[in-house]
Ligand binder design. Structure first.
Ligand code: MLC
Ligand code: AMP
Length: 477
């Protein structure tokens, strides 16, 4: 079978035939642009940055971010979205590791790069040929279990493939209005939630924050949220009922608890769509607009993606709906590798070229997938954010009073998991220590709870026994 081909990433946005340029493209808070205005704004950015290879974008939830990223794609420059709340340590790492040559955004004291503030009113009529589809589109920084976040290199064709797979799975089309309020520095909010809307011609309403009231007021047909967002929507009955007119409510980035699935169904009259993705695989599995939606299950591979389960020895796992295996992925949505880190890329790739997700899953005889958990206890998902325990431990150890630190994720009804830190040392006030982490990394990586202990439980090799800490935490409830 020949490899699928995709229309160039920006071909739909560049199409100005008929009244296409006058159609609404994006509204964020009070700011709105038509497709033609966005095209002109992005071309103005492209004119300024042409010739660069990699540019960092201060990825605030704003029109400036949408224009900046689109301008990078137009100029064939890799965009590196930087979380706006990342502290100097995290931001410094991303800028150095990515080799960004320019900072697109407001000037910041700790950013030494040449800076270009995006003017949302600027327009240019310049046009340029669409870059090669194998070229890099984005470098998305995401946490590993240890160490600082890694840069995930996504090509233009991988992004296009993922978005076209979703159009097929969800019948996503230009008659949809997409609504979400997710951050613009991850795959969910930026790649699916902005570039998807531009590619499929569906206007995007970005609510700045994903609050139930803002979702209810937006009058969309297609909504994206992480499970925390949907849980909060269900906690606000009138907002949830206002979403009954939507065509699809989509949940992803973390497991949607079955009670939240059922509550969404009872309040809105329709079961949500669940889908599974990953920075490295973009979008992978989903239930379909015209197919079964089963609580706790994330459905089938989207078009262009192959999924398989392997046991620890690398053998196939039966599709019996109960045998666990590691989920592995191949196909057109895969990343090109971790930037500047071929060893890590090789470590996560099997000999026959499949990506090892580190997620444990089961598959039933119909090919339906259920994500059961993560292989590593050190990979935490809190509010849909991927957080490596090691990264938070390093941030804690940078405090002069802390001698040892171990971070775990514990169940949380709102966030899915919340970060708890066990520390040894002369611990300052817990709020002060939590703020210390929030200032150095991103706010969502701060510990929500800190426990001071005399010693950490360690095995004979000196490794901290996190399972003991998790059991200790549960027993203390
Ligand atoms: C509290 N705050 C602090 C603080 N303590 N700020 C600084 N330092 C401290 N010590 C304040 C902040 O200022 C902010 O206030 C607020 O607390 C943030 O609270 P939070 O509890 O951390 O978050 P919350 O706002 O409640 O956010 C929940 C959420 C968010 C669901 C909106 O977690 C979210 O947006 N998640 C989405 C993650 C996502 O997109 N993941 C996709 C990854 S891609 P203020 O005033 O600003 O509110 C992926 C692939 C795939 O996974 O499959 O899609
Ligand atoms: P990220 O790197 O932020 O892209 O996070 C990817 C991880 O999020 C995956 O490896 C999964 O562990 C988790 N994830 C994403 N979607 C789902 C889902 N629908 N159900 C369960 N886990 C999910």
């Amino acid at each position: 079978m020949s490899a699928p081909t995709f229309a160039p990433l920006l071909s739909s946005l560049a199409d100005t035939r008929g009244d296409l340029a006058d159609r609404p493209a994006v509204r964020i808070g009070p700011d709105a642009l038509t497709r033609g205005e966005l095209l002109g704004g992005a071309a103005a950015v492209a004119d300024e940055i042409a010739g660069a290879t990699t540019v960092a974008v201060d990825a605030t939830a704003s029109m400036e971010t949408v224009i900046a990223v689109t301008g990078c794609l137009m100029a064939g420059v890799s965009a590196v979205p930087v979380p706006p709340d990342s502290g100097p340590t995290e931001r410094g790492h991303i800028l150095k590791d990515s080799g960004a040559q320019l900072w697109l955004g407001a000037a910041r004291d700790d950013v030494a790069l040449p800076t270009l503030a995006v003017d949302p009113a600027a327009r240019s009529a310049s046009t340029r040929p669409e870059p090669d589809s194998a070229a890099g589109a984005l470098v998305m920084y995401t946490s590993g279990t240890t160490g600082a976040p890694k840069g995930v290199v996504l090509s233009r064709s991988a992004v296009a493939a993922g978005l076209d797979g979703l159009a097929d799975a969800w019948d996503w089309n230009a008659d949809d209005t997409l609504v979400h309020g997710l951050p613009l520095f991850h795959v969910h909010g930026l790649v699916l939630g902005v570039l998807g809307a531009l590619r499929h011609g569906s206007p995007l309403v970005h609510t700045v924050r994903p609050t139930p009231e803002a979702y209810a007021a937006a009058n969309g047909s297609l909504y994206f949220g992480v499970p925390t967002v949907w849980s909060r929507v269900c906690g606000d009955e009138s907002s949830a009922r206002a979403l009954a007119s939507a065509r699809l409510l989509v949940s992803g980035s973390a497991p949607l608890p079955v009670p939240v699935f059922e509550r969404m169904q009872s309040l809105t009259g329709a079961a949500p769509i669940e889908r599974y993705g990953m920075s490295e695989t973009i979008i992978t599995l989903s239930t379909r607009f015209d197919g079964e939606r089963r609580p706790g299950w994330v459905g089938l591979p989207i078009r262009g993606v192959q999924a398989r389960l392997r046991d620890k020895a690398g053998n196939p796992v039966p599709h019996d709906g109960e045998t666990l295996g590691q989920l592995q992925i191949a196909g057109s949505t895969l990343f090109d590798g971790y930037l500047g880190n071929p060893e890590k890329t090789a470590e996560s790739t099997t000999d026959d070229g499949w990506f090892e997700t580190g997620d444990i899953a089961i598959v039933d005889p119909d090919g339906f997938h259920r994500i059961v958990g993560r292989e590593s206890i050190d990979m935490i998902k809190s509010g849909g954010y991927r957080i490596g325990a090691g990264e938070v431990e390093q941030a804690l150890l940078a405090h002069p009073g802390i001698q040892e630190a171990a971070v775990i994720g514990v169940p949380d009804t709102d966030l899915g998991q919340r970060i708890v830190a066990y520390v040894v040392g002369d611990c300052p006030d817990h709020g002060v220590l939590s703020d210390f982490v929030a200032r150095s990394l991103s706010i969502h990586k701060r510990p929500r709870e800190i426990r001071v202990v005399d010693t950490l439980p360690r095995n004979a090799m000196g490794k901290v026994q996190k399972k003991v800490l998790i059991a200790d935490f549960a027993a203390a409830r």
